[in-house]
Design a protein around this ligand. Sequence first.
Ligand code: CTP
Ligand code: ZN
Length: 156
Amino acid sequence: MREVNGELKVSKIKNGTVIDHITAGMAPAVLRILGIEQGCTDTVIVAMNVRSQRLGFKDMVKVENRALEAETVKKIAIVAPQATVNIIKDFAVVQKIPVELPHELIGIVRCSNRNCVTNAEPIPSYLVVENREPLRLRCHYCETVIEGTHASVLLL
Ligand code: CTP
Ligand code: ZN
């Protein structure tokens, strides 16, 4: 890593995915979503609290040889609504996808109400996105409201 014009430059990757503009401090949540944990053998580069022109400070996660599924991108949108997913092929950015939260989250975030039907029966959770930033979700079944970073601990 080196610093150029006050911006931190992190090694480029050859093939894989770069998740950029992650809300500062949220890289560990993104790693959890990606299933990257102790014993992982993939090449992963993580930067936390680095300078960003757009956000002031940001986190970044680069994973070699990994493509993300649509469900994974939705989960990232919950913990880092400003994130950009960059697909890298042979060192070039071939696709840049801003993450976007859909209007409804089905089977993505668990309802926080223990007595909710979705926690008792094999029924997928169904949360309506009432507001994106700050995040506000409401359960379609029991009307429980889930706000902000609390959603990240309820990810399925
Ligand atoms: N990147 C990488 N390896 C590559 C190519 C790009 O790790 N082979 C990273 C860059 O370091 C950057 C991100 O992927 O963090 C997006 O690359 P690029 O679009 O070239 O950068 P910017 O124009 O700065 O992106 P943005 O406009 O999204 O801020
Ligand atoms: Zn509920």
